[in-house]
Every structure is written in C-alpha cells, then in structure tokens.
Design a protein around this ligand. Sequence first.
Ligand code: ATP
Ligand code: HMH
Length: 573
Amino acid sequence: MSAETTLHAGDRTSAAPRSARADAAAGPGDVRVPNVLSIAGSDPSGGAGIQADLKSIAACGGYGMAAITALTAQNTRGVTGVHVPDPAFLTQQLEAVSSDVRIDAVKIGMLANAEVIGAVHAWLSRERAAGRVAGAVVLDPVMIATSGDRLTDDDAVVALRSLLAEADVVTPNLPELAVLADAPPARTWAEALDQARRVAAAADVLVVAKGGHLDELEGSADGRNGDRSGSRGPLGCPDALVGPDGVVLELPGRRLETTSTHGTGCSLSSALATLQARFGDWPAALRLTKRWLTRAIEDSARLEVGGGHGPVSHLGQLWGGHTVPDPRADVGHWWDLIADLRGRIDDVWFVRRLADGTLDRADFEHYLAQDSLYLRTYSKVLSRAAQLAPTLEEQEFWAHSAHECLEVELSLHRARLADAEAPGVTDPGATEPGATEPGSTAGRGTSEAVSPVAAPPPGEAAASPETRAYLGHLLAAAAVGSYPVVVAAVLPCYWLYQDIGSRLAAANRPDHPYADWLGMYSSPEFDAATRRAIAITQTQADTARPAELEAMLDAFLESSRQEMAFFAQRRDS
Ligand SMILES: Nc1ncnc2c1ncn2[C@@H]1O[C@H](COP(=O)(O)OP(=O)(O)OP(=O)(O)O)[C@@H](O)[C@H]1O
Ligand SMILES: Cc1ncc(CO)c(N)n1
C-alpha cells in the first residue's frame, strides 16, 4: 500500500468523504481531470478489458490511457484465443507512458501469466519509488471471464498474490476472492466478507468484495439469499469495501434481471480508480461507482451487442443528460455532509428537554407560536414548488403538502384563540377539539396534536429573528430559485423532522408531559412524504448541471443550518 493511500486509509474508518463543502466542487470543470492508466487485456467486442476501461474512465471524468497486456479473441459468448505479447514490450509501453505523463491512478486487469505479472510488478515498484506513479493502484485480479473462460495461468496465482502488496485496492469476484484467500469458495455473503478481511489483513490492502456471483452460491437457486447476504428479501447484489479490521462500507444493491454483465468487473475497477483520483476517498468513490455501474447495467437494454452476455452501456448516462458521477448529485451525500449538524441537533437544549420531558411549558409555547408562523409561510413556498412542478403528480404532492401545512397552522391558531377565551386550561394531556388528525403529511406537520396551550396574547405573535432568517432563505429560493433549488430548500424541513421525530417518538412514555405531541411527531404518512420529497429532489439532481447542483446543495445546507437555529432559538432572543 503506498504512502499516499495509507494516508487516505485513515479515512477508512471515518468513511468521511473528503468532499466536505469546498471539495464537493466536483463538476468536470472544477476538478482536475485525472490521468488514469489501465494495464489490461483487449476485448475486441468492446465490453470488457481495456475497451471497457477506457469507456468507464471517460464516463467517470478521467483521461484514459491503456497499456495492453494481452490480445484476446472474444465476444459476448466467450473467449476463442489469447495472444500474449513479449512482456518486454509491455514494459516498453508502460515506460513510454510514465516517462511522459503524470499518472493519477492505475487500474490493473488481465495479467495472463507470471512473466507478465513480473513485468508489471517491476515497473510499478520502480516508478513508485521514483515518484512517477503517485496515485492509487486498483488491482482487478482477473482469472476467469464472465463466460467461464480462464484468462490467467494457474501458476500465475502465486505471482498475483505478491503483486497484491503493491495495490491499494483489490476487486476480486467471489471465486477470485476464494483463490486469494486460499480457501474454498464462500457459501454465504458473510463468509465472503470474512475472506475479504483476511486478504486485506494479509496484504495490507482494501478489498472490494463483489456480490455479482452471489446467485451462483450453493442454495441460491430459489432466487433468495436472505440468510446468505445478511438481508432478507429477494436476491440482492451487494458490494462491500473491506479493510484489515473488517467492513468499512457495505452497499446493498438491487440484482438486475439481465444477462448484460460482460465486463462489469473491469468497469467497476476502472471507474473506482478514476473516482478515487477525483475525490480522494475510497468509500465515496465506491458509492459513486456502484450507482454509476448499476445504471450502466440498466442502460444496457438500449444496446444491441452480440447474442451472449452483452456489455453495459458505459456512456448511456451522459447520453441521457446525466452528469459525470458527482457526489453533489447524490442526495445521500448531502445527508452525509450534514452528519455533524445532525449529531448536534439532539444536543440542542430544546430537543434534549423535549425528549426527556423537562421542557418548560412557556418554552414549548414559544416554539409552537414560532412554528405556526413558520408553517404559514412554508406553505407558500410549497405552493411555489407546486407551481414549478414538471408533472401533475409532483404538483399534486406539493399542493397537498401546502394544504396540510395550513391545516396544521390553523389548528394551532384556533387552539391558541380557544385558550385565550378559556385561560387556565393548560393540561398538556388534553386534546384540542377540531385539531387535524394525526399523521399529517405536511413538511412540518407535527404540531396538529397540540394540546390546549396557555393563551398567548390574542393576535399575532412576532416572528423571532430565527424564524425570520429561515423564512427569508426559503422565500428567496421561492422568489428566484429554479424548481430543483426550491425542492432542495424545502427538503431539510421534511428530512430532519422525520429523523428527529423518530428519535423523539422513541423517547416518549405515557407520563411524558407532551406525550400526545411526541406521539404525533412521527407517522407513516410523514415518513412516506419525506421519502417522496427525497426522491423528487434526487430526480432533479440526476440531471442538474454542475452550477445548478451547487445551488441545490447550497439551498439544502442553508436550510439545514436554519433548522438547527430554529430549534436552538430562545424565548428572549
Ligand atoms: N445482475 C446484476 N445486477 C446488479 N449489479 C450487478 C449484477 N451483476 C453484477 N453486478 C455488479 O457488477 C459489479 C461486478 O460484479 P461481479 O461480481 O460480477 O464481478 P466480476 O465477475 O469480476 O465481473 P466480470 O463480469 O467483468 O467478470 C459489482 O458491482 C456487482 O455488484
Ligand atoms: C480482456 C479481458 N479482461 C477481463 C475480462 C473479464 O471480464 C475479459 N473478459 N476480458
């Protein structure tokens, strides 16, 4: 493992993408285009080998180079011949590249025999020592093609094991993993993960365990591998990043019903090398790689190539208007970026006291009054989303949410007016007649179950500076933001509430002073609305250009900060 990667290996455990705010600037225009060298065999049918690598590198935003280790005669049905040029000529190719071009990442694929492995090993050690190969090395220990044909001599395995130590990441499929672990093929996904950990520890590398071959495991013929993959349900296709201490990142995946998986291993390893070079972080790179590859497999349906195991559509996402893989286009990455903030919300005095039942009634009422003001305007911003929505279905979703918000606000308002007429009714357990039903789907639809609260002065409560600041941000998005920006701005109000709500609901107990209210804090309807808002935002991010993505992420992060400040506000502020 190189010094460079050992450094990043520190990130293994934190799994924290380097792309904290500034580094999230990941558009093709913002990030240096890495020079990525593939050292691999040729597949003339274009789906695997260097052909797949060059397409994958390009699709992921890198400049691709290729030194050819072997020429295969193959197509989607199988391999009919292999020609291995003199390893000295491979060395000549490699030196031609490294003597001239800065190499930001290396992907190593098919190495047909021990001599070829030796040539690559010698070149790599030399060039790394000289500082001419500074980037990470991803080794795909190719042994057998998808068609079942062998691509590597048996005696090459020993040499391949010694090359592992030069790599930063190794990407074996399940049969190859067993060979590297010198063990019988894993019978379960858990066993595969354990083999991966042992290989990682022995060679001090990271191992990507791939689930592509899970369906071939003994007993998987029924189409389910629940106990085998550690998850119930239909046969999945998980991948995992495993280090010497165990799993660093496990990515569940859907298993796509397709025969177009020729070259998926080549594509995965070269995409991973490229995205790691762009973002400097293995977990983030693997997440992006998996997302990209899954779609490339889906897009294979558009190709008509051969009659066997067809290739994936490497460039289909670009043809369809999507961006080059960019963490900013992954709403899950946005959520990761606010992990610190999320961690701190639970410690905000208001949330802590709400959870443990020590929240002062006057503080609770202040919060409800501000929430009521907030919801009135938030509803207008949701209406703006409805106005901009590109489909009837999305328009309906936002309009419905806007309506729910008003219902909640009106019930709060009525509750306070009723209390103003009947002062002294402060039993927190009582229920306000006419309050809306639990399970509102509004973005902040959590206040409808408000029990009669001590009456504030009739009329309007003044908006606090925090309420004003949050609404100012949302109104600005509504006034001049595009649909993608508006949906990104309203999202934290759903997502953070849903997240906190589930923890608050868990903290509830029958004698809690705000038991009714906490009980309403999470509901299946609100969960569903949150999922829908996330999905809509993700769809917009999928096709957003870099500048738009930046604006979406900005809007999301600012709303998240405002949510935090809203919770943290004090009565006398
Ligand atoms: N049917 C599928 N649906 C979804 N993802 C898949 C499917 N088959 C393979 N993959 C994904 O493709 C990648 C390669 O996995 P696999 O285990 O097939 O590697 P491989 O055998 O080295 O590939 P190759 O076909 O190039 O030899 C992994 O990310 C895996 O999850
Ligand atoms: C050249 C080449 N490399 C790797 C693979 C594995 O998919 C293949 N089929 N062909």
